[in-house]
Design a protein around this ligand. Structure first.
Ligand code: ADP
Length: 183
């Protein structure tokens, strides 16, 4: 099973991806987590990545695509995976398509997490991660609308919408139901 989760910042992608990947027995690959690990490593690349995260800007594709390609080995392609936070632009989606074509597999299902914008801003302010200040949140939402939302059209043939308002277990149950409709 090869799954993507797409949704605005604060939709609960990371939380659900952790639960769903454990439930489905596939690897959870999160570009946000990878970038935060780089930042913690206090290397030169980490310092560069931190500037993007702090600003709520996208890390350039030449860094992001290489990092994801290293994670998507042939084995991971066979075993299945759940990608969270990638792709975030149509350019990244095209790079992913090409990479998977090389590995002889493709994305089966795209889970589109749907949640009203005022609710996600409230959640992020409550979470209080370092990049969860109001200005940075607003910028990330804008980038989502401009750069990431077009992926919903790009993947329209494999897309299932998951209403992402409610408790964590409720949303998990809806996501699992949505995946069953695709099986
Ligand atoms: P959120 O969904 O709340 O934005 P993430 O953990 O997915 O949180 O991402 C945090 C930050 O990491 C983003 O604001 C961005 O700077 C960077 N990032 C994550 N994924 C990508 C990606 N695919 N391309 C470029 N930058 C990314």
């Amino acid at each position: 099973m090869r799954i993507l989760i797409v949704g605005p910042p604060g939709a609960g992608k990371g939380t659900q991806a952790a639960v769903l990947s454990a439930e489905l027995g596939v690897v959870h690959i999160s570009t946000g987590d990878m970038f935060r690990a780089y930042v913690d490593s206090e290397t030169e690349l980490g310092r560069q990545v931190k500037a993007y995260l702090d600003a709520g800007a996208l890390v350039p594709d030449e860094v992001t695509n290489v990092m994801v390609a290293q994670q998507l080995t042939e084995d991971v392609c066979r075993a299945g995976f759940l990608l969270d936070g990638f792709p975030r632009t149509v350019g990244q989606a095209e790079a992913l398509e090409a990479l998977l074509r090389d590995r002889d597999c493709e994305i089966d299902t795209v889970l589109a997490f749907d949640v009203p914008e005022d609710q996600v801003v409230e959640r992020l302010l409550a979470r209080g991660r370092e990049d969860d200040t109001e200005d940075v949140i607003r910028h990330r939402q804008q980038l989502y609308r401009e750069e990431t939302a077009p992926l919903l059209d790009f993947y329209s043939d494999r897309l299932v919408t998951v209403p992402a308002v409610g408790s964590v277990p409720d949303v998990t149950a809806r996501a699992l139901d949505a995946l069953r409709t695709r099986a």
